[in-house]
Design a protein around this ligand. Structure first.
Ligand code: ZN
Length: 417
């Protein structure tokens, strides 16, 4: 039969041959069953130690799901032998198409996991007429394999970031490698406490931590403390993306307060519709938005003044000379402290407090642009938010590594995907 010819071309297993192929009617859509037979003179291999042993007995036939062909489900059908192993005792033999007690063939698991990068887990399950659990197990296998086989040598720069997860104030700490030639998620941990980041450094190891040259983070105190203690040789940079985000949050607060007080005074709530106008980059506004913005700018509102302070701060990152950048920073902070706008004053105070770290940006010569961490941050949020159906932390962690970990896959996995 044609199918056997194809299989012998693309997927041969040493010591096993393909037997009969037949249609199986399971009540729904017909499926294909491919019989697998051990070569008559072959000895089974012990699944524990990998040594050949003598056959003990044979278990009942099992079905292993393989990659569907022409939209038809394909199963391998095989009755595993048990090995009487000289070292390990009596065990099920090793079957090269499947690991452990899985009902999916390894090929199919790699196939599903590679599709689960392009589609959501639910969509993948639907597309290949399989279950969400099978997709999850496949992705889990891919992540496990990838993490065991990834290369952690020569990591020079990392970025520490957090994202909110689930509802309420629950956080995940994410650590990325942000070297120019390799950018990927390295580690995920629950919460964003001192303990969380200490766990990362414990896993990462002393030697690797000492080799770090650059660490990027936001101004979250527990992170600052741990980085100072553990990444002793690294230049610590506060990343631009997070600092600008603090300023945006400040504006948001000012705006919310101002809307409230305008309403109390019975004034037209001019600001209610304007949030996005103020947070967008000016160059991204369309004409209508632009004219609305210029109207807004004519009112002497706290929100507008905050917005202008933020826009002015962008200049900080443009300086080539750290000296002039520092002058600018001092002036900006003084001006903001005099603005009488509390949320913005809070940001200015924080920037003053972390001035030395802030100035490290210039020592790194802008090497770590805001884009890297920001890009990862967006993708991570998207991944955890997507309706993957995971309610557990574990599933979210698997999903994050799968999409952001740039994990290696074995040579054989490329063949089918
Ligand atoms: Zn053994």
């Amino acid at each position: 039969m044609l199918l056997k010819t194809i299989l012998n071309r693309v997927q041969k297993f040493k010591s096993f041959i393909y037997g009969n192929v037949k249609w199986v009617d399971t009540g729904g859509v017909p499926e294909l069953d491919i019989e697998i037979l051990a070569r008559s003179n072959s000895k089974p291999i012990c699944s524990i130690c990998g040594r050949k042993g003598s056959g003990y007995d044979r278990l009942a036939e099992r079905r292993f799901e393989f990659i569907p062909m022409w939209g038809i489900k394909v199963f391998f059908r095989y009755a595993p032998r048990r090995v009487d192993c000289y070292c390990c005792g009596i065990h099920v033999e090793k079957m090269p198409w499947s690991k452990g007690k899985r009902r999916l063939t390894e090929n199919y698991a790699w196939f599903l996991s590679s599709w689960a990068k392009r589609l959501s887990w639910k969509e993948t399950a639907e597309a290949f007429h399989t279950t969400w659990d099978h997709v999850f197990c496949s992705v889990e296998m891919a992540v496990k394999w990838g993490k065991e086989n990834r290369d952690l040598a020569d990591i020079k720069a990392i970025g520490v970031d957090e994202i909110q997860w689930q509802r309420g104030h629950k956080y995940l700490t994410l650590v990325y490698q942000i070297d120019s030639d390799c950018r990927r998620l390295l580690w995920v941990g629950q919460n964003r406490t001192i303990k969380t980041l200490l766990r990362f450094f414990m896993w990462f190891g002393k030697q690797r931590s000492e080799q770090l040259e650059h660490v990027c983070s936001d101004m979250w105190k527990p992170y600052l403390k741990v980085i100072k203690k553990k990444a002793v040789n690294a230049l610590h940079i506060l990343d631009r993306f997070h600092i600008m985000a603090y300023l945006s949050k400040g504006i948001d607060k000012v705006r919310a307060e101002e809307v409230r007080s305008l309403k109390d005074k019975g004034l037209e709530p001019v600001l209610t519709q304007s949030r996005w106008l103020l947070l967008k980059k000016p160059e991204n506004l369309n004409e209508r938005q632009e004219s609305k913005l210029s109207e807004l700018l004519q009112c002497n509102l706290k929100t507008i003044r905050s917005y202008l302070l933020k826009e002015e701060f962008q200049q900080f990152w443009q300086y080539a000379s750290p000296y002039w950048a520092e002058q600018f920073l001092d002036k900006w902070c003084t001006k903001t402290m005099r603005s009488k706008i509390e949320p913005m004053k809070k940001v200015a105070k924080m920037l003053r407090r972390h001035k030395p770290l802030l100035m490290n940006w210039f020592k790194a010569k802008g090497q770590f642009s805001s884009g890297i961490v920001e890009g990862f941050n967006n993708k991570a949020k998207l991944t955890t938010r997507k309706a993957y159906g995971f309610r557990t932390y574990y599933a979210a962690e698997i999903a994050l590594f799968h999409t952001l970990g740039a994990l290696p896959v074995p040579e054989t996995a490329h063949r089918f995907s």
